[in-house]
Design a protein around this ligand. Structure first.
Ligand code: FAD
Length: 283
């Protein structure tokens, strides 16, 4: 007799992709698209900010992609995808009505509840703003529960910035925004330089502030160092580790990082948990 808590036939299980149809598709930058997906038959997916799905374009491959939509809404499942290789190019090329496979949601979320009362610095580089968007929407929906909310965001150039139409709306709702680009023409009137440099200029209560980071690993290392210099300890810095993975449920071991599996124990970690392993070259 079957004795597990999960009755037989309760669901297809975490390895079976569910069909979702592309309901809307929006180009964000030259190589990045936001896709809104609707379940074909089943219910919409509940998720916590920072979680990801294993998203597949049939015949092209399956890849981990963070959910970039609003966790509070019961709207479509939203992903923002940068076309870098076989699977992501096929996902980005999917037109309205095309069916993609979705497994998940998986992974550990941003600690939105634990950090209530603190000033929160959200530090994003490039496509790293996508996994942070659900956290921003969650914090803004409960604006009164947090101290200062700051978004420090950097891209390679002004044309590579995501969600540009939304940034002003977030500012109007109480987010302090600083945007920087690596290089820009004369029409750009904002900061020029790398994101970690924005930390020293930002005003926040270093004794209690918390930081949420997502971007290239080198950017996160320099940001964590700048935060430490400003007095924000590694145990108050959280980072999303977007390294490659395959099963998403802690079985295959492809995403092993030190003693942890990123799909199961991450992708969101405290910087103090990552630090010993990041110090080992090529781990
Ligand atoms: C938890 C998590 C969340 C992610 N969220 C997003 C997201 O919201 N949006 C998004 O666009 N991407 C995201 N990624 C990265 C995405 O999974 C990769 O870009 C994708 O796996 C590349 O697959 P591909 O078949 O298109 O490219 P491939 O043909 O496999 O590779 C193309 C190039 O991309 C590099 N690459 C492959 N996988 C990764 C990876 N995981 N990270 C960085 N470089 C990689 C390869 O080394 C190669 O240079 C996330 C990754 C993880 C682990």
């Amino acid at each position: 007799m079957h004795s597990s808590a999960e009755p037989l036939g309760a669901g297809p299980g975490p390895m079976v992709p569910l069909p979702f149809a592309v309901a809307a598709r929006r180009q964000e930058t030259a190589d990045t698209w936001t896709l809104e997906l609707e379940p074909r038959g089943g219910a919409s997916l509940a998720f916590a900010p920072g979680q990801f799905t294993m998203l597949s374009a049939f015949g092209a491959g399956e890849v981990p992609i963070s959910i970039s939509g609003d966790p509070d809404g019961d709207g479509p499942l939203v992903h923002t995808v940068r076309a870098v290789g076989l699977a992501t190019r096929a996902i980005c090329a999917s037109q309205r009505g095309a069916v993609l496979g979705v497994r998940g949601p998986f992974g550990r979320a941003w600690p939105a509840g634990e950090i209530e009362g603190a000033d929160v610095l959200i530090v994003a580089g490039g496509i790293g703003l996508a996994p942070l968007r659900p956290a921003i929407l969650t914090l803004l929906a409960r604006r009164e529960r947090y101290g200062r909310l700051l978004l420090l965001y950097g891209g390679r150039s002004p044309s590579q910035l995501l969600y540009t139409a939304e940034l002003a709306e977030w500012e109007a709702r109480g987010l302090e925004l600083a945007v920087t680009v690596d290089s820009a023409g004369p029409e750009w009137i904002g900061h020029v330089g790398v994101v970690p440099r924005l930390v020293a200029r930002a005003r926040f209560d270093a004794g209690s502030a918390v930081a949420l980071l997502c971007g290239p690993e080198v950017m996160m290392r320099f940001t964590a160092a700048a935060l430490a210099q400003s007095g924000v300890g590694d145990d108050r810095v959280y980072a999303s580790m977007e390294r490659n993975m395959q099963c998403g449920i802690g079985h295959c071991g492809h995403c092993q990082f030190g003693p942890t599996l990123i799909c199961r124990d991450g992708p969101v970690y405290r910087w103090s948990e990552l630090q010993p392993w990041l110090a080992i070259r090529e781990l």
